[in-house]
Design a protein around this ligand. Structure first.
Ligand code: C2E
Ligand code: CA
Ligand code: CA
Ligand code: CA
Length: 283
């Protein structure tokens, strides 16, 4: 009887009601939005901490809603996840991002191809077409598998058995990188990392935020140092998210993180931005 209390509250709260209607409306509008091409992708660069050169970019989806304007993924990905629309939407993001990466790689022949990171949601992981779809997208674009990195959250892999990990393992064997996204926010045992087919750890933004203070919290620094040394001993590369200041970048570089992403370098933006940044590098 206690558990029904939360619902009673919501019904009595007109604002919550409006939110629910919006959620309902957004959910219903998703399939047509995909058909009408209302989704678009922004790209945020990943840079090498060593020399600041561009390593690649993460694809981040947005919805240009005819009434509500541009909506961030936090507004609609959970809805798409619940209805299963995330599978065709995720496939579209993959196809579009890989096409874009292939386009970049045609224009920048030196220094190897720019890498493209694409987020995978738990429902996509469970979808039986994942491997075939990914192979298909790569083959049709001509992008080499080694230039693609699929980001999977720690929570999606917690407790995953071999059956669940199989498709990721297959992709990893083809040369696709698998990154453990939002690392440090879940409860996964560090020793568990060894049995996962991942090659990259993406340290969650919460760690970088802890380093914002001057001087940075020594305990946070020690934790990041510990994670980086463990990751490196397991031959995993470490990417840090949410780098907003030069001081953070310097500290993370000293600790030995490999790549970084954050507003300090660039906010997510149109694909041309990435092109411009790479060209600026080359000068
Ligand atoms: P994420 O994968 O952890 O992506 C990083 C988020 O941090 C992005 O938010 C990015 O804009 C934001 N960010 C980057 N640098 C900074 C910084 O320096 N400071 C701060 N405060 N934030 C920064 P965004 O674009 O709103 O995406 C939110 C989440 O939505 C993503 O988190 C990801 O989980 C999900 N998402 C985005 N695109 C897709 C997609 O195509 N498929 C799926 N399944 N999920 C997606
Ligand atoms: Ca991500
Ligand atoms: Ca993340
Ligand atoms: Ca996140």
């Amino acid at each position: 009887a206690k558990s029904a209390g939360g619902n009673r509250f919501e019904i009595a709260d007109p604002e919550a009601d409006a939110r629910a209607i919006t959620r309902h409306g957004l959910t219903n509008a998703l399939p047509a939005a995909l058909e009408r091409g209302e989704f678009f992708i922004e790209y945020q660069p990943l840079v090498h901490l060593g020399d600041g050169s561009v390593h690649g970019a993460e694809a981040l989806v947005r919805w240009c809603h005819p009434q509500h304007g541009v909506l961030g993924p936090d507004r609609f990905i959970p809805l798409a996840e619940r209805t299963g629309l995330i599978v065709p939407l995720g496939r579209w993001v993959l196809q579009e991002a890989v096409r874009q990466a292939r386009f970049w790689s045609r224009r920048h022949t030196d220094g190897g191809p720019l890498r493209i990171n694409v987020n995978l949601s738990p429902a996509q992981l469970q979808h039986p077409g994942l491997v075939a779809d990914t192979v298909d997208v790569l083959e049709r674009s001509g992008l080499e598998p080694g230039a693609l990195c699929l980001e999977v959250t720690e929570s999606a892999l917690i407790g995953a058995d071999e059956e669940r990990l199989g498709p990721l393992r297959q992709l990893a064997e083809m040369g696709v990188d698998i990154a453990l996204d939002d690392f440090g926010t879940g409860y996964s045992n560090l020793a568990n990392l060894r049995r996962l087919p991942v090659s990259v750890l993406k340290l969650d933004r919460s760690f970088t935020q802890g380093m914002q203070r001057h001087p940075a919290d020594p305990v946070d620094l020690k934790i990041v140092e510990g994670i980086v040394s463990l990751a490196h001993s397991l031959e995993l590369a470490v990417t840090v998210e949410g780098v907003e200041t030069a001081a953070q970048a310097e500290q993370l570089r000293e600790i030995g993180c490999d790549t970084a992403q954050g507003w300090y370098y660039a906010r997510p933006g149109a694909p041309d931005r990435i092109h411009t940044l790479v060209l600026a590098d080359a000068v």
